[in-house]
Design a protein around this ligand. Structure first.
Ligand SMILES: C[S@@+](CC[C@H](N)C(=O)[O-])C[C@H]1O[C@@H](n2cnc3c(N)ncnc32)[C@H](O)[C@@H]1O
Length: 256
């Protein structure tokens, strides 16, 4: 009981409401690992990576003013605000820099901030291809974009519209439902180093994506996911495959 209370004390009011309205999530809350800083989370997944190297990578990302300016040059005229970068984008950048993936599959693009970060890290690595799948949010999508700062794409914009032009050489962008396009992507790329879910966060869809991707992820590769507290799917999937996971807030990661 005291463990539940301790975890509740560290949980946001929105997440507490989610747990109370779906009691099936309470075991998830109790057994999930504590949130880590981006550097600690990468370090847990890659124990051989020196911490000084991770600190230097993080700094390199945070100090990449040209990159942030290039994204904002696209963002500001349409959204009338700058891009908002949460902690997990640092985690994402460091993961790509440390693993140096050849093939990375992402579901859920929206404006294209995560795609931009992945492509920027790949450019720095000098290798990698990003296959990104998105069902364009011309209207708000329940279970996906409805809680976002803006719930639809700007009029006339395709998913990925903020990705700077200089990063698009490694980008293979596909529009449609991941239910259909994800299995198709794995036909063209049967082995991938990273699978990243950030599309539709219903239990059925999340569980479908993780299990669809799993046989195609190379040993030592990554399955990462945003919004892991929107359903129990990520926790259940990690448990079924006997893999511990780390998290930066609601963003989880595990290694195959
Ligand atoms: C949370 S946003 C992605 C944000 C992006 N990863 C980032 O951090 O910059 C979710 C995206 O998933 C898309 N989406 C929703 N349902 C989908 C589905 N069934 N298949 C593919 N994409 C979907 C939405 O249109 C939206 O663009």
């Amino acid at each position: 009981m005291s463990r539940v209370l301790t975890r509740l004390a560290k949980t946001s009011p929105a997440d507490i409401w989610k747990f109370l309205s779906d009691p099936g999530m309470i075991p998830v809350l109790v057994s999930s690992p504590p949130s880590s800083s981006p550097i600690d989370a990468v370090s847990r997944l890659f124990p051989d990576a020196p911490r000084e190297q991770l600190a230097a990578l993080r700094l390199q990302f945070l100090m990449d003013h040209d990159f942030f300016r290039a994204v904002d040059q696209n963002m500001v005229p349409r959204r009338h605000r700058r891009a908002v970068w949460r902690d997990w984008y640092e985690f994402l950048y460091m993961l790509v820099r440390v693993l140096k993936p050849g093939v990375f599959v992402e579901t859920g693009v929206f404006d294209g901030q995560s795609s931009s970060v992945i492509l920027r890290a790949m450019e720095e690595n000098g290798r990698g291809k990003l296959i990104s799948i998105d069902l364009p949010a011309t209207d708000a999508i329940a279970g996906s974009t409805h809680r976002m700062l803006e719930s639809t794409l700007p009029p006339g914009c395709n998913p990925g519209w903020v990705v700077p032009e200089y990063l698009r050489g490694r980008y293979d962008l596909r529009f449609g439902d991941a239910r259909v396009l994800l299995p198709e992507a794995f036909k063209s790329f049967p082995e991938v180093d990273v699978f990243f879910h950030d599309s539709l966060h219903t239990y059925d869809h999340m569980y479908f994506e993780y299990t669809c991707a799993w046989p195609h992820v190379t040993p030592g590769g990554l399955v990462i996911s945003d919004d892991i507290f929107w359903s129990r799917a990520f926790h259940q999937f990690c448990r079924e495959n006997n893999r511990p996971y780390v998290r930066v807030g609601g963003f989880g990661g595990m290694r195959k």
